[in-house]
Design a protein around this ligand. Structure first.
Ligand SMILES: Cc1cc2nc3c(=O)[nH]c(=O)nc-3n(C[C@H](O)[C@H](O)[C@H](O)COP(=O)(O)OP(=O)(O)OC[C@H]3O[C@@H](n4cnc5c(N)ncnc54)[C@H](O)[C@@H]3O)c2cc1C
Length: 475
């Protein structure tokens, strides 16, 4: 079988198949498993990227029935049962009998992809490291300026999206400005930083219910975060962000903006759905059967953030780690049943274990069934749950140490940000895919060599019309 994606869905399915008589090929776009819920702590210098992204090979080193392969699955031929993969500088295919697709979700700018240049999202390690460079870099640059307006522009941080990611990130930038950085700059007072949390809807953490939502907003405001609700972002550029609220449109001058507002399924979801004649929702998620298989294809499971499956309340299951983990285990169970000749097709039943979000150190909100917690107790639950699901003993130990540094002390262990982290995204866009570029350069060099070595009579005059089109990059 082939598993696409080593996130929560793919990884937990594979682990549940540890003793099953299957040969698994796991294909993932990166060599590591990413614990996305703690990305904001990498962006704000609390944790290192390694602590939340263990190598997949290490995680699965004791599981002999898995072959881990690097690459992005670009297409799936569901008739021939083959997946096409683009690896770094090498394309390949893998055949399957059973397929699990758990490729997660990507950032959505709701049709305004141009915002991404100036307001990066937070979906990957690259995003988090770029944000770290931008956040810490903003304080450094502000310290160099003398014009008060320019300083304030550098010291204004706007986070778009007041869901768990945006709330946690805004809380941590506020702690950075008020607890960690004061006293470390001679020319600016980091406490003067403005941290603005913007959302088009009328509540912070709206899925947590009115009571916890209001509590979270109060805690954020106590930290110094300006919460602007019912405020829609209509424009973003390098120097500011334009918003629309009850008073009309206005611009907030700000260099550092972060997009934590929307998600959409990756293009692979749509391709898969089209191939099978299945439907997708507005976010591109695939409508699956009750057992999480693709309609008409009991051999293909679509899991986690990529699937649209109604829960008991009739609403689509949320894009959270528990849905991915439990759907992964359900798919593994179905595969094991099939292998042992038992009946399959049992519906996936999601058990909601609750929701958690931190606001700042020692302060969180938790909604677990009918129990609603806010403040320190919720924070203790948050620490316990995140340690439990963080993969790898080593990572758990170092995460606890770094949390002690940041939450009991005032430090941040991971403040290093390199120039490459700050600018690589733009540089790569301008330069192109490095592997493709090197291939093109090699072709050009080879053509030149052929021309240089050709006998004089064979050489074309400089003005001659070429007999064939120039070689394409692929050639
Ligand atoms: C910043 C952030 C904070 C979050 N906080 C929380 C939280 O506090 N609590 C919570 O429950 N949930 C949280 N979530 C959501 C949670 O992380 C997701 O619901 C969960 O990761 C979904 O699991 P998945 O397996 O479907 O996808 P993912 O975990 O996203 O894994 C997808 C995997 O597929 C790989 N991939 C993607 N496309 C391809 C391709 N074409 N070919 C090969 N590989 C591919 C990716 O590299 C990745 O490894 C958060 C998400 C983010 C981004």
């Amino acid at each position: 079988m082939v598993v696409v994606g080593a996130g929560f869905g793919g990884l937990f399915a594979i682990k549940a198949l540890r003793k099953a008589p299957v040969d698994i090929t796991l294909i993932n776009g990166t060599a590591y498993h990413l614990f996305q819920p703690l990305l904001y702590q990498v962006a704000t210098g609390i944790l290192s990227e390694g602590e939340i992204a263990p190598p997949i090979r290490e995680v699965l080193k004791n599981q002999d029935n898995v072959d881990v392969r690097l690459g992005w699955v670009s297409d799936i031929d569901i008739e021939k049962k083959v997946v096409a993969v683009s690896g770094p500088g090498i394309d390949y295919t893998v055949e399957y009998d059973t397929l699990i697709v758990a490729a997660g979700a990507s950032q959505s700018y709701f049709g305004n992809d141009q915002f991404a240049d100036h307001a990066p999202g937070m979906k990957s390690i690259d995003d988090a490291l770029e944000l770290r460079a931008r956040i810490f870099g903003a304080f450094e640059v502000a310290d160099l300026h003398t014009d008060p307006e320019t300083i304030q522009r550098w010291l204004t941080f706007v986070v778009v999206g007041a869901g768990p990611t945006g709330t946690e990130l805004a809380g941590q930038i506020a702690e950075l400005a008020h607890r960690t950085l004061p006293g470390q700059y001679k020319h600016i007072d980091p406490r003067k930083a403005r941290i603005i949390l913007v959302d088009a809807i009328g509540a912070v953490l709206n899925t947590f219910g009115d009571h916890l939502s209001a509590g979270a907003q109060r805690q954020l405001e106590k930290l110094g975060v300006e919460v602007k609700l019912n405020t829609k972002v209509v424009g973003v550029d390098s120097t500011g962000i334009e918003v629309e609220d009850a008073n009309g449109r206005h611009t907030i001058p700000s260099i550092t903006k972060v997009w934590a507002a929307g998600v959409a399924a990756p293009p692979l979801a749509r391709k898969l759905a089209e191939a099978a004649g299945a439907k997708t929702d507005r976010a591109g998620r695939v409508f699956v059967e009750k057992d999480t298989t693709l309609p008409g294809h009991p051999e293909i499971f679509v899991l986690g953030d990529m699937m649209n499956l109604a829960g008991e309340d009739g609403k689509p299951l949320p894009g959270v780690a528990q849905v991915a983990i439990q759907s992964g285990r359900h798919a593994a169970d179905q595969i094991k049943r099939r292998l042992s000749g038992k009946e399959t097709g049992q519906p996936f039943k999601y058990f909601d274990k609750g929701s958690l979000a931190t606001i700042s150190r020692f302060s969180a909100v938790a909604s677990i069934g009918k129990v609603h917690l806010s403040g320190f107790l919720a924070w203790v639950v948050w620490v316990a749950v995140h340690l439990f699901y963080l993969v790898g003993f080593k990572n758990r130990v170092t995460a606890v140490l770094h949390w002690a540094v940041s939450f009991i002390g005032r430090g941040r262990s991971e403040r290093v940000a390199t120039q490459q982290q700050a600018f690589a995204r733009r540089a790569i866009r301008a330069y192109g895919d490095p592997f493709e570029r090197e291939r093109a350069e090699a072709v050009t060099a080879h053509k030149k060599e052929l021309l240089d070595n050709a006998a004089p009579a064979e050489k074309q005059p400089a003005t001659a019309t070429p007999e064939r089109e120039p070689l394409s990059v692929r050639e």
